[in-house]
Design a protein around this ligand. Structure first.
Ligand code: S3P
Length: 429
């Protein structure tokens, strides 16, 4: 296992960067190729291990995958022979595949790594079973046995704000008899709806009538915008290091994904979205950010649900904001790739930050000095990257364990950090 040693940035971060293709959109467009035979061409496909798992599962399901860097072509017909599918660390792969396979003919076992095998799957299996799916979990978790069944449309008001639950139900609905009506209490990322070109009605319900949704290879092919959840680390870095000015080009600007940008703007960040454009039913923009002091901020639902993946980076920024920032309704962080709630609080305290944690809430009081520390990542990519950025503002050495875990979503992260902030990072085998 490698570790990364980060030292304080002594000079401003400057320049322009880009980030890998959006992970959520990469998974969805690739997985939807199971419904078509023609060539699906995806440019700027996410280069991380999670999306590679999705591609490997597609190959096991009979698809042909050709990849050159971040360009992927998926072709051929799926043949759903019984097999075991390894979803690695990727919750999106496991949960969305469950929705797709539930209505196909065949039998499959879904497995995952230690982290994924601890994550809850009943939230997806439960609505799918209402549709007629035959899914057996192991104590509510992976491994899962799926036996394809005839599905019927349902009406489902999801108790959880989860785009993975929503997507699994909508993907199953494509193969169900009759329409499915789905509703969530807070709007979560809506990439599945955008790809399928279905929309939430003014009454809050999404209605998917399988007879009226057509999925074609041409409509799945796309250029995927940069992942805003990865861009968040460069934004945080520029906001932390004095005099920095950084631009991140070509980032997804979908309104369900930019809640963290709005939070930071509200907190006083000089952060602008420029050159907005529309393509493949998603919007994309360049983000420009300048260093500046932030005011404390409070995040609660629906915003908390919309920026859950960016909470570790936002919590790091809260350590340097004036006043006490509060993160409410963030209990779901406990069931991400690690227990991100506890680990964010614990690692911030190790760095000398003032953090209070009770129940599903964290409060961070800012503007105290950060000191370098040994960071426990539990192999969680977003914790590794968020605390590497914290290390840029800390006196002394910050050591990130399991440094290789960034490859889950952003394999180029360490080399890009060295380019953006030269001399601050050393990765040791
Ligand atoms: C994702 C949805 C979110 C998010 C995850 C990716 C997706 O999870 O945290 O990183 O691609 O649908 P939940 O659906 O569990 O909220």
């Amino acid at each position: 296992m490698s570790r990364a040693v980060i030292t304080k940035a002594r000079s401003p971060l400057r320049g322009t960067t880009t980030v890998p293709g959006d992970k959520s959109i990469s998974h969805r467009r690739a997985l939807l190729s199971l419904f078509v035979d023609g060539d699906v061409r995806l440019a700027h496909f996410n280069t991380g291990a999670d999306c590679a798992c999705t591609l490997e599962c597609l190959e096991r399901l009979g698809k042909t995958v050709a990849q050159r860097d971040d360009e992927v072509t998926i072709s051929g017909a799926a043949e759903c022979a019984p097999c075991s599918l390894d979803c690695g660390n990727s919750g999106t792969t496991a949960r969305l595949l469950m929705g797709i396979l539930a209505g196909c003919e065949g039998q499959w076992t879904l497995t995952g790594d230690d982290s994924l095998s601890r994550r809850p799957m009943e939230r997806v299996a439960e609505p799918l079973r209402r549709m007629g799916a035959r899914i057996e979990l192991t104590g509510g978790r992976l491994p899962a046995q799926i036996t394809g069944a005839r599905l019927r449309g349902i009406e489902y008001h999801s108790p959880l704000p989860s785009a993975q639950v929503k997507s699994a139900v909508l993907l199953a609905a494509l193969q169900a008899e009759g329409a499915t009506r789905f509703r969530e209490s807070f709007l979560t990322r809506d990439h599945t709806e955008r790809i399928l070109r279905i929309a939430r009605g003014t009454d809050g319900w999404i209605v998917l009538d399988p007879g009226s949704v057509r999925v074609h290879a041409a409509s799945l092919s796309a250029r995927i915008p940069g992942d805003p959840s990865s861009a968040a680390f460069w934004i945080a870095a520029a906001l932390l290091v004095p005099d920095s000015a950084v631009k991140v080009d070509g980032v997804l600007a979908n309104p369900t994904r930019v809640a963290y940008i709005e939070v930071l703007q509200h907190a006083g960040a000089q952060l602008v979205m420029e050159n907005q454009s529309e393509r493949d039913n998603e919007s994309c923009a360049d983000l420009s950010v300048r260093h500046g002091t932030l005011r404390a901020f409070t995040i609660r639902n629906p915003r908390a649900a919309q920026c859950l993946d960016e909470i570790p980076a936002l919590a790091v920024l809260a350590t340097q904001a004036s006043g006490t920032s509060e993160f409410r309704d963030v209990g779901e962080l406990r069931v991400k790739e690690s227990n991100r709630l506890d680990l964010t609080a614990r690692n911030l305290r190790r760095m000398g930050a003032s953090v209070e944690q009770d129940g599903d809430r964290i409060a961070v009081t800012g503007q105290g000095p950060l000191r370098g520390a040994e960071i426990e990542t539990a192999g969680d990519h977003r914790l590794a990257m968020a605390f590497a950025i914290a290390g840029l503002a800390a006196e002394g050495r910050t050591v990130i364990q399991n440094a290789e875990c960034v490859a889950v979503s952003y394999p180029e992260f360490w080399s890009e950090l060295e380019r953006v902030a030269p001399g601050t990072v050393r990765v040791e085998p």
